[in-house]
Design a protein. Structure first.
Length: 191
């Protein structure tokens, strides 16, 4: 099963990397605009969101927009030893540091921790999605562990090409309640 997932992850990443810069920017912008029009964005005072890395849908613009609207932005810091994740408040891109795998995370010396109860809407990253809200993550399991205890709303932002008909779902997998793509909004009914 893990080998199937590995292969799927690689295929999806390869496919996403084929997007040209203009396509990537335009599709990311369309996804962001749909997100801003959703109740999950409008009702949120605090948004949990990762700092994206190409070829994932761009979240830097979403973070900027959240600041402009006076929302609190909580970004995750991974703790590899325990495979846990804590969210910290980001007030400036200058408070990020590059850690493992070239990911940008909040610098603990410059940011304050935000408790999961304070996060209204959590943007959950992934590589592939099914329309029932299940996602294939990047393989670290950090979000699955975090979602076990998270009580707020969940949404994923994806390119339309990231929808696939099926992949193995395991007991610990948690579906998201909404998936927003450059073309549509899917509500999985898993709220």
């Amino acid at each position: 099963m893990e080998n199937d997932k590995k292969l799927l992850r690689k295929q999806m990443l390869d496919q996403m990397k084929e997007l040209s810069k203009p396509e990537y920017e335009q599709l990311s912008y369309q996804i962001a605009c749909r997100f801003y029009n959703s109740p999950l964005w409008r009702q949120a005072k605090t948004i949990g969101i990762t700092v994206s890395k190409v070829p994932e849908a761009d979240t830097w613009q979403i973070i900027r927009r959240a600041w402009e609207e006076g929302k609190r932005v909580a970004v995750p810091k991974c703790i590899p030893e325990s495979k846990q994740m804590v969210f910290r408040e980001l007030n400036s891109f200058m408070d990020l540091e590059s850690v493992f795998y070239g990911l940008w995370e909040p610098n603990p010396e410059k940011t304050e921790e935000i408790l999961s109860e304070e996060i209204d809407t959590l943007v959950v990253p992934g590589l592939a999605y099914m329309k029932n809200g299940f996602r294939l993550g990047f393989g670290g399991g950090y979000y699955d562990r975090f979602l076990e205890h998270y009580k707020g709303r969940t949404v994923s932002l994806a390119f339309e090409m990231q929808f696939i008909t099926g992949f193995p779902v395991e007991d610990h997998d948690r579906p998201v309640e909404m998936i927003i793509t450059n073309q549509q909004v899917w509500e999985s009914g898993n709220a």
